[in-house]
Design a protein around this ligand. Structure first.
Ligand code: GLN
Length: 456
């Protein structure tokens, strides 16, 4: 049924970069055969899934949304892909994304933009916009996204989905094509909180192949969602972050987004939560710090794309030396946003500027973590809008990087502090979905699921 839906609707949406219907049907048929034979099945046997194309998949094309990886078929599975496979899920395909996960609209994909199922003239968010559009458009029941500065939460918010960015280190990064290694996390995108919690339990937990993986088992997220779904949040204290859309901090926020967010907060109060305002002054600096740290790490990570090891190679006709081939490959293989980030990051890391830019941004990162730590002394979770704006029209911000970066205003603090954060629908503004973000202390992802399920 999902393959039929993809055939019918994805010509317009462009949410998938690769669909292998034959392989999916063969896996599904194998599940049927085993069920008929009375064999024991894996817990999610036969459940379809879509993976963001940044997730390395054995033998299946993986591009990270870039020309430079066109045609590359990895020889192994990312841990996230392997765990979903072991749980019995059926891979429908790989979803579109901003090139190397750099963007907030999926317009930076080398393979054309994805459209929002709610309004085809609007963006589905980014960088996991293929993953959000596929699920919102019923072309997959759920999907994997990745989030470096908001790329699970913001696309979930603008397509009416639930999207959770796990605690940094709690889901393996092994086999995710690296953008900014100190920030990257994979996580679930789904239509319900319970689905997201279930997928998180499958993909989470320690992985010795990721040096930053936390040595703790995956927590009972489904149980937390079940508790929240009872509609009783009494005993929980919720902090509303003033700097993210509160009084004196509404610049750049749409009025309809703030209305829907405040209605969501009222609902949390009605469920018995105690609500207070909390101030986190250094959150105002998150955008500036993130757009130094993430490009710096990207400039280092992307140096592996040299025209020799993977994918595209340009100009290799015997008349040029290695440097020329590398330069030509990168010139053609990387899009404008990727080049902009490499230049920004290389500059920020260069001798003479390192302390002034990268070093300073790292200090701000510590201040942000401090604001969170102080707040979590008083409250159990923090809330904010997920995105200051609803899905904007395609093309509106693509030539204005700063306006595009502003879409990440609310999601960046939790990213920089490595904390778990979920986006859950909290209403509509002018007929388009609005998301409410719930942030929690490290390894307290269960609180995100509990509060989100209460709101759902
Ligand atoms: N929009 C942000 C960026 O462009 C975040 C992207 C992400 O989380 N992958 O960097």
């Amino acid at each position: 049924a999902h393959l039929d839906a993809i055939a019918a609707a994805d010509g317009a949406l462009n949410s998938y970069l690769h669909v292998d219907g034959e392989a999916a049907l063969a896996t599904a048929a194998e599940v049927d055969r085993r069920r008929a034979a009375g064999e024991e099945l894996a817990p999610l046997a036969g459940v379809p899934v879509a993976l963001k194309d940044v997730v390395v998949t054995d033998g299946v094309p993986t591009t990270s949304g870039s020309r430079i990886l066109e045609g590359w078929r990895p020889p192994y599975d990312a841990t996230v892909a392997a765990r979903l496979k072991a749980a019995g899920t059926v891979l429908l395909g790989k979803t579109n994304m901003d090139e190397f996960a750099m963007g907030s609209s999926t317009e930076n994909s080398a393979y054309g933009p994805t459209r929002n199922p709610w309004d085809h003239d609007r963006i589905p968010g980014g960088s996991s916009g293929g993953s959000s559009a596929a699920v919102a458009g019923f072309l997959a029941p759920w999907s994997i996204g990745t989030d470096t500065g908001g790329s699970i939460r913001q696309p979930a918010a603008v397509t009416g989905l639930v999207g959770h960015k796990p605690t940094y280190g709690s889901v393996s990064r092994y086999g995710l094509i690296a953008f900014s290694s100190s920030l990257d996390q994979a996580g679930p995108m789904a239509r319900t909180v319970a689905d997201a919690a279930l997928m998180h339990e499958v993909i989470g937990g320690h992985d010795p192949r990721d040096s930053t993986s936390i040595e703790a088992p995956a927590a009972p997220y489904v149980e937390a969602a079940r508790q929240g779904a009872t509609g009783d949040l009494s005993g929980m204290t919720v902090g509303v972050v003033r700097e993210l859309g509160g009084e004196g901090h509404t610049d750049g926020y749409e009025a309809g987004v703030l209305d829907a967010f405040r209605a969501g907060v009222d609902q949390l109060r009605a469920l018995g939560a105690e609500v207070r305002e909390v101030s986190c002054p250094s959150f105002d600096l998150a955008l500036a710090a993130y757009y130094l740290i993430a490009p710096s790490e990207a400039s280092s990570n992307l140096s592996r794309f040299d025209g020799v090891r993977y994918g595209l190679r340009v100009g290799d006709d015997g008349s040029r030396d290695l440097d020329e081939v590398m330069a030509m490959t990168r010139a053609q293989g990387f899009g404008p946003e990727v080049k902009r980030r490499i230049m920004l990051g290389t500059y920020a890391l260069s001798a003479g500027y390192y302390d002034a830019y990268y070093g300073q941004a790292q200090k701000v990162r510590t201040l942000i973590a401090g604001d969170f730590a102080r707040s979590f002394g008083d409250v159990d979770v923090l809330v904010s809008p997920t995105s200051p704006i609803v899905a904007f029209p395609l093309g509106q911000r693509v030539d204005d990087p700063l306006a595009m970066y502003a879409a990440d205003l609310c999601t960046l603090p939790a990213s920089l502090a490595g904390l778990p954060a979920i986006s859950v629908p909290c209403g509509l503004s002018e007929g388009l979905p609005v998301g409410l973000q719930v942030m929690a202390p490290a390894m307290a992802d269960d609180r995100c699921y509990r509060v989100a399920a209460g709101l759902e």
